[in-house]
Design a binder for this molecule. Sequence first.
Ligand code: DHB
Ligand code: MG
Length: 233
Amino acid sequence: MSDQHEPLENRYASAPAWRSVDSYFAAALVDEDAALVEARESGARTTMPNAEVAANQGALIGLLAQISGARRVLEFGTLAGYSTVWLARAVGVGGHVVTFELEEQNAAIARENLERAGVADRVDVVVGPAADSAQRLIDQQVEPFDLVFIDADKPSNPIYLAAALELTTPGAVIVIDNVVRDGAVADANSSDPRVQGVRAVIDAIAANPDLDATALQTVGEKGWDGLIIVHRR
Ligand code: DHB
Ligand code: MG
C-alpha cells in the first residue's frame, strides 16, 4: 500500500514485465512525436516528477476525447502539460482546452511544451488553486465542456467532480486518474486523505442518478493504479 510520504518514484515501482509490456505497446501503437517525448520527459522538472500519465494512458484520454467528439476539454492538474498536449491535439483546430495548475513553475514548463507541440493557441493554462479557478468559470457561465480530466490533488476529487458537473451538460465525459493507489482504494479505513478523496468521489458518482460510470485497474510503468470513466446522462 502507498505511504503518503514515500517518494513518488517508489510509489510507481512496477514489475519489470509490466514495464516491458508498456514499452512494447507504446512503441507499437502510440505515436509520440518529439514534442510529446519532451513534454513527458520534462515532467522530471516539475514539483511532482513522474506523476504524468504514461504514454499509452495519454493516448487513451486523447482517444476518449476523439471518440466522444469533444471540442471543449477541462483538465484539473496540468503539471508539465503532457496529458494536455494529448487532449489539445484530440480537440483539433477550433477546439479548446482549459487546464488548471497550482504551481507557476509547472505552468511555465507546460506552456513551453504546448508551444513546442503547436497547440498553445488552443489551450489556457490557469494558475492557482483549481477549485477557485473552476469557480471563476462557473461564475462566468462559460460554454460547457465536453470532457473533463480530473488529475490534480486527490483529496479535492469530490470538489472537482462537483465543479465538473456545474461546467458540463448531458453527454459529457469525466475521467478521473489515480483511483487505485496500489490497491489502497479498497481500504475503507485508510488514513490517507488521497484514498479518502477517491472513495468520496466514487460515493458521489454512485449516488448521482445522472452518471453512468465504471472504474478500471491499470498496471504498467506507473505501477498499479486506475481510472474512473463517467458519462453524464
Ligand atoms: C499523484 C498524482 C497524480 O496525478 C499521479 O498521476 C500520481 C500521483 C499524487 O498526488 O500522489
Ligand atoms: Mg495522475
